[in-house]
Write a new protein. Structure first.
Length: 263
């Protein structure tokens, strides 16, 4: 019965996606022209070094849209995620504090081969996540993608060793919460700093009717991408630490309620 339900759900999902694709193909010319005009504006201005009136100082158009042209929407999304994780942490606050100082269970976890592979993958995932976050203003990626990738590393440790092992590595409740708050504070500083120079909230580069000259897009031969580099790194901290907190909260809440923990 359950298998039939899954199959029916998959069929309905495929039908819905097909319908959306068909409707998009036969959309009215006016709708397509409006979308095309917006895309042309973004592609023309994102990294136009010859006309910097509306430029974002970044060749990565997606990141420019997320943090510059519609940056307030991204801030609201980050705030919603922050509030949702705060709710999870509140539910598991007692268990997180009690188990946050636990020790690794002797003899726990999977085989030696799996643990050795996990150590290698852990380092590779960390390097990849930082690269995705810091290069998000040049190539596809960004803070959310980097933070989500980073969260896989402690999750692997939980599966191969135990949650207590993750805690001993430094991913404690308080330290993760502090890092998450530090990332959110950094976001706020970058977003609000232009107001000091009579600029706009979330202003990246020099804009008309603004006294803020913009964040530096270049530092000598180095390409910085304005505020996008700092916003991506701050988002990386927020998202990565939030996922770690969720993993810890759900695991310890499961143990507290008598369920079978992973470690």
């Amino acid at each position: 019965m359950r298998k039939a339900s899954y199959i029916a759900l998959a069929v309905v999902g495929c039908a819905a996606l097909t319908l959306v694709a068909v409707l998009g193909t036969f959309a009215s010319p006016n709708t397509l022209s409006r979308v095309r005009a917006l895309g042309e504006f973004i592609l023309y201005n994102t990294f136009n070094v010859f006309s910097k009136r509306w430029w974002a100082g970044s060749p990565e158009a997606v990141t420019a849209v997320l943090w510059d042209y519609r940056g307030l929407d991204t801030i609201f999304e980050t705030t919603v995620l922050y509030a949702a994780v705060a709710g999870c942490v509140v539910l598991g606050y007692t268990s997180l504090l009690k188990r946050g100082r636990g020790r690794d269970e002797a003899g726990g976890g999977l085989t030696v081969v799996v643990k050795a592979a996990t150590k290698i993958l852990f380092a590779l995932i960390l390097i990849t996540s930082v690269n995705v976050a810091l290069h998000g203003y040049i190539t596809p990626g960004g803070g959310f993608a980097g933070g989500s990738t980073f969260a896989i590393a402690p999750l692997l440790v939980i599966a191969a060793y135990s949650t207590e092992k993750v805690v001993r590595m430094g991913f404690r409740f308080l330290s993760s919460a502090v890092m998450r708050s530090a990332g959110l504070l950094a976001l706020a500083l970058v977003v609000l700093s232009p107001l000091i120079y009579y600029g706009f909230v979330l202003q990246n580069q020099l804009k008309p009717n603004s006294g803020f000259p913009g964040y530096p897009a270049f530092l000598g031969p180095l390409f910085l991408g304005g505020s996008l580099l700092y916003l991506n790194f701050a988002e990386f901290l927020v998202v990565g630490m939030e996922f770690v907190l969720v993993f810890l909260a759900f695991h310890f809440m499961d143990k507290l309620m008598g369920g079978e923990g992973s470690g």
